[in-house]
Design a protein around this ligand. Structure first.
Ligand code: ADP
Length: 481
């Protein structure tokens, strides 16, 4: 089974969130299942030089992005047992950051088409191209409708939706201007979406299988509330829709092996505590191992429930706790947290940035982690938190529902605290309940800590579910014209 992962992010080369983690980790697990997996990415200007210097140029050619004749170089890198290809075009990719440019649509049409073009040149004909999010969602369309050569006949495609909110919606002109196809495709069965063109929609229609990153989210997105205007299409295509839960990479996120920590630990709370003391010292918080350290490591956006946190933040901060916040995103939320540092100088530290190393130190220093998301396709943060022994406090939605079980006093079962409704006070009461348990019942807290840290969140089960899915579609009719 030969699989080509096509994505806009992959840790450690380029990551802004969970997508990068998944594309970094899943190929390695699939290789363990017996698949031959390679990964193809843009060669962004921001990829660290340590990787760039080892890349080998293997071929180059020109192809048309509608009327533009564009250069495409292919570079190869062997890294930790996986073959990576990088599409090299400085005009599109030699910039800082990955998204948010005026020509994102053009850039990712170029990238997607380059992938389909290049598989002939690199000598790796995949059975499956596994696409991720809107950036590569046009590949199934290219394979089925545009590349009529027999070479592409047997190739199947999987599209994984990591977050349905981001769909790649562009004006109708892109059909001619970027894809070089006629207006006949501007209909609801191909591209049309409320008067515009939607790449993710087209991907859902043309791929052989659609997956999303947790079973609960796969159900939720078929309802209007979560469906981001694609719920009808997803219901219609639910015969090929599956939810497969993400895991986390235990080589990467493992307090026992994490060299960035002051004190590595396996499952001992007493040893973990040294990280809290170190964090307090480093950032001039009162040093006290008995104060619960609560943390937030997140994009600061509404999806992550930051407005719920905002509504009750003062009630949280009047408790005897410390709060560490690492994140960036909407200006109003960045300001909110920055202002709180002035109001509660002995209780809160705020870092407005993306910092992988600091995130691990925060996970290791924390007793609890807040994630009251409005919706959550899967969420890796709560899983990493559990692995580092920080008890997650989450809302019952999407992958949070599939990964965190609510603590029950009667049985001492559960791996975190879960609340149901998107309601600030329900969230607050849950945080208060957690803090109370931490102070009043050390024995029970220890059990909860042990439950969280012992939870199996590895990729193993999920990788075999993906493998099974590839097998299921490999011999399907492709519906190719
Ligand atoms: P999403 O992909 O929606 O942002 P996930 O929970 O699936 O959320 O994944 C978030 C990933 O990004 C986790 O690995 C988390 O540790 C990391 N992360 C989020 N914000 C930051 C930040 N400011 N600095 C470092 N890592 C971060």
């Amino acid at each position: 089974m030969k699989i080509l992962f096509a994505a806009s992010e992959c840790y450690p080369f380029a990551k802004t969130g969970g997508l990068g983690d998944v594309v970094g980790a899943l190929p390695k697990e699939l290789i363990k299942c017996g698949a031959e997996v390679r990964v193809i990415l843009p060669k962004y200007g921001d990829i660290p030089e340590a990787f760039v210097k080892d890349m080998k140029h293997i071929t180059d050619f020109y192809f048309f992005v509608s009327w533009r004749n564009q250069y495409c170089g292919i570079e190869e890198l062997q890294y930790e047992g996986v073959t990576y290809y990088f599409i090299y075009n400085e005009y599109y990719f030699k910039r800082s950051g990955y998204y948010g440019y005026y020509d994102d649509g053009e850039k990712f049409v170029y990238f997607s088409k380059a992938i389909v073009e290049c598989i002939k040149a690199i000598g790796f004909k995949p059975d499956i191209i596994h696409c991720h999010d809107w950036h590569t969602a046009l590949i199934p369309f290219f394979v089925k409708k545009i590349f009529s050569d027999d070479f592409y006949k047997d190739i199947r495609t999987v599209l994984t939706i990591h977050n349905l909110k981001y769909q790649g919606v562009f004006p109708k002109d892109v059909l001619g201007d970027l894809l070089g196809i006629g207006e006949s495709y501007f209909n609801t069965e191909d591209f049309e979406f409320y008067g515009a063109v939607n790449f993710l929609k087209t991907g859902i229609i043309y791929s052989d299988s659609v997956t999303t990153v947790s079973p609960t989210y796969a159900q939720e997105i078929q309802y209007e509330y979560f469906g981001e205007k694609l719920d009808g299409l997803l219901r219609k295509n639910n015969f090929k829709l599956k939810g497969i839960l993400n895991g986390i990479d235990y080589e990467l996120y493992n307090p026992e092996k994490d060299n960035h920590l002051k004190q590595r630990y396996k499952d001992s709370y007493a040893v973990k505590l040294k990280n809290k003391l170190e964090f307090q010292k480093m950032f001039s918080l009162p040093q006290n191992k008995d104060i619960p350290m609560i943390s937030i490591v997140s994009r600061l956006t509404e999806q992550k429930g930051i407005d719920l946190i905002q509504a009750v933040i003062h009630e949280i901060l009047v408790m005897d706790i410390q709060l560490a916040v690492l994140g960036s995103g909407e200006y109003k939320y960045e300001q909110l947290f920055k202002d709180l540092v002035w109001q509660y100088p002995d209780k809160i530290r705020v870092f407005i940035k993306f910092d992988e190393l600091l995130s691990r130190r925060i996970y290791a220093a924390s007793d609890m982690m807040l994630m009251p998301s409005r919706y959550e396709p899967c969420g890796l943060t709560q899983m990493i938190a559990m692995k580092y022994g920080a008890v997650p406090i989450v809302r019952k939605t999407g992958g949070l529902n599939d990964t965190v079980t609510s603590y029950e006093e009667d049985t001492s079962r559960g791996t975190g605290f879960v609340f149901n409704n998107y309601n600030a006070h329900e969230f607050l009461f849950t945080v208060q309940r957690a803090v109370r348990l931490y102070y009043d019942n050390k024995e029970e807290w220890d059990k909860l800590f042990n439950n969280a840290i012992a939870e199996d969140l590895s990729w193993k089960k999920s990788a075999s579910a993906y493998f099974q899915n590839y097998n299921d579609i490999k011999y399907h009719e492709t519906g190719r014209n």
